[in-house]
Design a protein around this ligand. Structure first.
Ligand SMILES: NC(=O)c1ccc[n+]([C@@H]2O[C@H](COP(=O)([O-])OP(=O)(O)OC[C@H]3O[C@@H](n4cnc5c(N)ncnc54)[C@H](O)[C@@H]3O)[C@@H](O)[C@H]2O)c1
Length: 322
């Protein structure tokens, strides 16, 4: 099969390209390198079956040719990261809404199966756990820019399901929960790479808020395996499914674990949200996925223990941090 991976030079995208090629598929990747990096795919340079296109998914002519030429699309390209979205609100909306619309329009024109990446952020500020795919969404006001990412991804989901219902487009939406592992950058607000880099440099580990907010972290290889299985899962067509881990951890516990695993002398300090993100931020206190649907669809759910994921990620950053 020939698979188009949008955002293929990004964190999840580059691991997906590796996996698809290892399974014997042809892969073309499109990326504008806004948050991705050529370093993530440099090892694929000249690899048989791999093509990289440096362009934006907003370039409709280029996108149409790529979609026409593939069998399946995995749409990962997006403006990602709380910090990035708050700093680039207009561009983020344009990419996350218009970009996805372009993908769906051409996927429908050429009748290609498309998997669309959504996010646990679409659930908003729930306190209960686990979050099921049919839960309500609860957002703060539009004056708080943080919610624009969740709202844009929710519109992507509505567009995907509208194409499915009205045009029978073969579409699957997956909602990733916090995904971590090698190649993730800490530049745009991702907590684990930021903590690891601070710990390895013996700099203060900066916990935003009181650190009592919780997350479940998922290993990127597990996410890629789940996406791969969903690609051929007929029963997932027209549906939305969570992909996430099960080990709920507070952010202060995460900071302490990373400090210990890095054998760091860093101090752990608390930074108020307003200082970190300005007035455009409001946090979600809890985010735990229900994996019932994922397991029933693909007979698989992410299960790499958090300390093992952190160990592998720390190893990666040790080779990068000077
Ligand atoms: N990493 C996570 O924890 C997580 C959680 C939930 C959802 N997701 C979703 O997974 C997908 C991949 O995220 P990631 O974590 O790999 O982040 P990432 O930033 O590494 O990947 C996104 C990629 O898209 C590219 N891109 C952005 N705008 C583009 C454009 N206009 N045209 C072409 N390429 C463009 C970026 O350069 C980057 O390589 C995103 O859709 C994101 O919303 C990720």
């Amino acid at each position: 099969m020939k698979i188009l991976v949008t955002g293929g030079a990004g964190f999840i995208g580059s691991h997906l390209c590796d996996h698809l090629l290892a399974q014997g598929h042809e892969v073309s990747a499109i990326d504008d390198l806004s948050t991705g990096s050529l370093d993530n795919i440099v090892h694929l340079h000249e690899k048989q079956g791999f093509t990289y296109v440096n362009d934006t998914i907003l370039n409709k002519d280029r996108l149409e040719l790529l979609i026409k030429d593939c069998d399946t699309i995995v749409h990962l390209a997006a403006a990602v990261g709380v910090k990035y979205v708050i700093e680039n609100p207009l561009l983020s909306m344009e990419i996350n809404i218009n970009g996805t619309e372009n993908i769906l329009k051409f996927a429908n024109r050429y009748k290609k199966r498309v998997l669309v990446a959504s996010t646990s952020e679409v659930y908003g500020k729930h306190l209960h756990a686990p979050l099921r795919e049919d839960d309500n969404v609860i957002y703060g006001p539009p004056s708080t820019m943080r919610w624009s990412y969740a709202a844009a991804k929710l519109i992507d989901e509505f567009m995907a399901f509208s194409y499915h219902r009205t045009k029978k487009l073969d579409v699957v939406v997956f909602r990733c929960f916090n995904t971590i592992g090698p190649r993730q950058t800490g530049l745009y607000g991702m907590v684990v790479p930021r903590f690891i880099q601070q710990a390895l440099r013996d700099e203060p580990i900066t916990v935003f808020g009181d650190g009592q907010q919780t997350r479940t972290f998922t290993y990127v290889q597990d996410v890629v395996e789940a996406i791969y299985r969903l690609m051929s899962c007929e029963r997932a067509t027209g549906d939305v499914v969570n992909i996430g881990g099960t080990e709920e951890v507070t952010i202060i516990d995460l900071a302490e674990r990373i400090k210990a695993l890095c054998r760091s002398n860093s101090e752990i300090v608390f930074v108020p949200y307003e200082k970190a993100y300005g007035r455009d931020f409001e946090d979600m206190m809890r985010r735990v996925p229900s994996l019932e649907k994922l397991e029933s669809l693909i007979d698989y759910s992410p299960n790499t223990p958090l300390d093992e994921i952190l160990g592998k990620t720390i190893e990666y950053y040790r080779s990068k941090v000077t």
